[in-house]
Each structure stands twice: as C-alpha cells, then as structure tokens.
Write a protein that binds this ligand. Structure first.
Ligand SMILES: [Zn+2]
Ligand SMILES: [Zn+2]
Ligand SMILES: [Zn+2]
Ligand SMILES: [Zn+2]
Length: 130
C-alpha cells in the first residue's frame, strides 16, 4: 500500500508540463486518445458511442462503421473502407453494396458525366456572376 503513494509522489515531482490541447479545436484540454488516428482530443471532439475522435467519425466507413474510409463510391457516394469496396478498374473502387447490385461501369460513367455537368454548370453560374 505504501509503495503506491511513494511512486505517485515521484511522478508529481516532475517538471511542470502544459496541458495537452485537443488536436481538433486546439482550445480545450485533450482527455482522450483516438484509437484510430492516435489524435489527442477533448471530450467534445470524442464520439463516446463509437469510441473515436470526431474527425474519424466523419471519415468512417459508412458501411461497416469500423474502419476509416479510403474512397467514396462513385455510384452511391458513400464513404467506404478497403474491406467494404471492390476494385473495379485501377482507378475506380465501388462499395460492396453497389457491387452486389451488379452496377456496371457504364452506370458509373453516366453518374460521373452527370456530376461533371453539374460542377461545370455551377462554375459557369459563378463565372457569369462576376
Ligand atoms: Zn476539441
Ligand atoms: Zn481519430
Ligand atoms: Zn467498411
Ligand atoms: Zn456504392
């Protein structure tokens, strides 16, 4: 019993160290370490339910909710990890849900064309407003 209090005293005698600040907000004191990315975060930037930091929670795979996403499925737009996506071509990965629906490359190409057209339209609107 006496041993414990002795070692605690020794720890307390260390030089003063400033509190570690949350790596997300940089304001509040970090109280948790995210097991996924290793960031030190405050309690408000820690997702208690999932046990990870808020940044990881945002980039978490939307399919399994366990791993960090590595890509966004071009078909449904959900963020998925490597386990939950399949390589279709060297540059295209789609989620396993879309893969199981047998989405073809044509479908993806069509979606991408729509997205490109949309961003082009937005760009033109902005350019015209100037
Ligand atoms: Zn914070
Ligand atoms: Zn994290
Ligand atoms: Zn996943
Ligand atoms: Zn998908």
């Amino acid at each position: 019993m006496g041993e414990r209090s002795k070692s605690r005293l020794r720890v307390k005698r260390k030089r003063f160290e400033p509190p570690v600040l949350c790596e997300v907000c940089g304001v509040r004191r970090a109280e948790r370490v995210c097991p996924l990315c290793g960031r030190m975060v405050c309690s408000s930037h820690y997702d208690e339910d999932r046990g990870i930091c808020s940044l990881c929670a945002e980039t978490l795979c939307e399919n399994c909710g366990r791993n960090l996403s590595i890509t966004q499925c071009p078909v449904c737009g959900s963020l998925v990890c490597s386990d939950c996506s399949v390589q279709l071509t060297p540059v295209v990965r789609i989620c396993t849900r879309c893969a199981s629906k047998r989405v073809s490359l044509d479908d993806i190409a069509r979606k991408e064309v729509v997205m490109l057209a949309e961003s082009l339209r937005k760009y033109l609107v902005v350019a015209a407003g100037r």
